[in-house]
Design a protein around this ligand. Structure first.
Ligand code: HEM
Length: 434
């Protein structure tokens, strides 16, 4: 794509890493070269090409610098590795994330929601702050069987979000100092890594010191592995813990933030959720087995993540010269799959910028094969069923407790940080149901 002078599209990409590639893709077809100073990346915004990168030719497009960059904080865990190390870890952890193993998640989320909603006593609430606290308590409970306290939770959310956002900017910057150089981004990265490692390392050491105390949580499953898995060294366990902790709260918190906003904007959707849940659940909270009987709730979550995909870009590095959609891709080129572009393409969705959960229901339902909030292929999110269930339980708890109303009319935009965040705080009032 032409333009941008010496630095190419660096400033545009850094300012809007979600919408800039999407606009370029819309103007130039499903594949476009973007120049970031001396470097050139290729953005992909067509489902067929995304499938080639992520599924059919995944060996040619392994994870590269973007995931390694993340690894600076969360270490070499599932999210930052490839090859044999990744494969062995994925096999070890996969069984714990099966849909039929998520009963504890549902009860934990329900308990967290009861406590949270009891605190909504009429004063305006901040959607992102509440969603962050909910998500961190849920992951603290399910991963560590530990209650993450109020102050601790907020401090964690702020530290990890801020640091990941700084790392994200590092993806597009020309100067990437080694981590030992004390420039601001590195200081933030190192401080967050230390905070995470101190907290999670202590939890891990307590568990390793008392092998007979084995609560039914993800940490126990990780330490044990499957019957034929070798034991993992402490640092590897810590890296996986950091990975699950970071991946498990930031993304779900963002999805929940947008869901709260959308519920406030569309009270009729909240009502339809109540109407669907009442005959299926009575007064109880949903468990994993209820999800198939709550198709509207599932559609609301899908539609929210279509419009606001928490993970909006995914990076891979081309390992050997390739031909993709008629484009020559040189080995070493970073290929960015724009989930945002695919989810908002007018070629794939009717009125793509409208929030219409109904589009996923009925005989003429939109094609879910164009939806990839959790990615496709071998690196597809291991927590996809986990997140779907957590979001449905949280969503239904909210709508059955209150009506959410916006306290300000001004429109809310998007900001491409680590995840796709709102560009301003969303203040809401929780009005008790009559
Ligand atoms: C709405 C919530 C979530 C979204 C949108 C989401 C999205 C994604 C995406 C797009 C990827 C692929 C990244 C890549 O390959 O570069 C991914 C991978 C991953 N996610 Fe999630 N995720 C969510 C929730 C969770 C939860 C709750 C957990 C764990 C508790 C989790 C753990 C992981 C892990 C470990 C990976 C790496 C998988 C692998 O490479 O084998 N995620 N996620």
């Amino acid at each position: 794509m032409p333009g941008g002078g010496l630095l190419g599209h660096l400033a545009a990409m850094a300012a809007a890493p979600h919408s800039f590639p999407a606009a370029a893709l819309q103007a130039h077809g499903g594949l476009v070269g973007i120049r970031l100073g001396p470097r050139r990346i290729v953005a992909v915004g067509r489902p067929d090409l995304a499938r080639e990168v992520l599924v059919t030719r995944a060996d040619r497009y392994p994870r590269g610098r973007i995931n390694r960059n993340l690894g600076a904080v969360i270490g070499d865990g599932l999210l930052a590795t490839e090859g044999e190390v990744w494969r062995a870890r994925r096999r070890r952890m996969q069984p714990s994330f099966r849909a039929d193993r998520l009963g504890t998640l549902a009860t934990t989320t329900d308990a967290v929601m009861r406590e949270t909603l009891a605190g909504w006593t009429g004063a305006p609430i901040d959607a992102a702050e509440q969603a962050g606290r909910i998500a961190i308590r849920v992951i603290g409970g399910v991963l560590l069987s530990q209650r993450i306290g109020e102050g601790q939770g907020s401090a964690f959310v702020a530290a990890v979000q801020d640091c990941l956002a700084q790392l994200m900017r590092r993806n597009w910057s020309l100067l990437r100092w080694p981590l030992w150089v004390p420039v601001p981004v590195n200081r933030a990265v190192n401080a967050t890594r230390r905070t995470l490692e101190a907290f999670l390392g202590e939890a891990l050491d307590r568990r390793l010191a008392a092998p007979d105390a084995q609560p039914d949580d993800l940490l126990t499953a990780l330490i044990r592995g499957r019957p034929d898995d070798p034991p993992l060294p402490r640092q590897a366990l810590l890296n996986e813990l950091k990975t699950l902790f970071a991946a498990g709260f930031e993304t779900t918190a963002t999805a929940l933030t947008w869901l709260m906003y959308l519920l406030a904007l569309h009270p009729q959707v909240a009502q339809a959720l109540r109407d669907e849940a009442a005959p299926v659940l009575g007064d109880r909270a949903p468990g994993p087995a209820d999800l198939p009987r709550l198709p509207y709730a599932a559609a609301v979550v899908e539609e929210a993540m279509r419009l606001f995909p928490p993970v909006y870009n995914m990076g891979r590095d081309c390992a050997a010269d390739d031909d993709l959609g008629g484009f020559r891709i040189r080995a070493g080129t970073t290929v960015v799959v724009s989930i945002f572009a695919i989810h908002r393409s007018p070629d794939l969705w009717e009125v793509p910028e409208a929030f219409r959960p109904d589009r996923f229901l009925g005989a003429a339902a939109a094609d879910r094969r164009n939806l990839l909030p959790y990615a496709w292929g071998r690196h597809q999110c291991i927590g996809n069923h986990f997140a779907d269930l957590e979001l449905v339980v949280a969503l239904l708890a909210m709508v059955r407790h209150c009506r959410l109303e916006l306290t300000e009319e001004a429109p809310v935009g998007m900001r491409g940080r680590t995840t796709l965040a709102p560009d301003r705080p969303i203040r809401l009032k929780a009005v008790p149901l009559a």
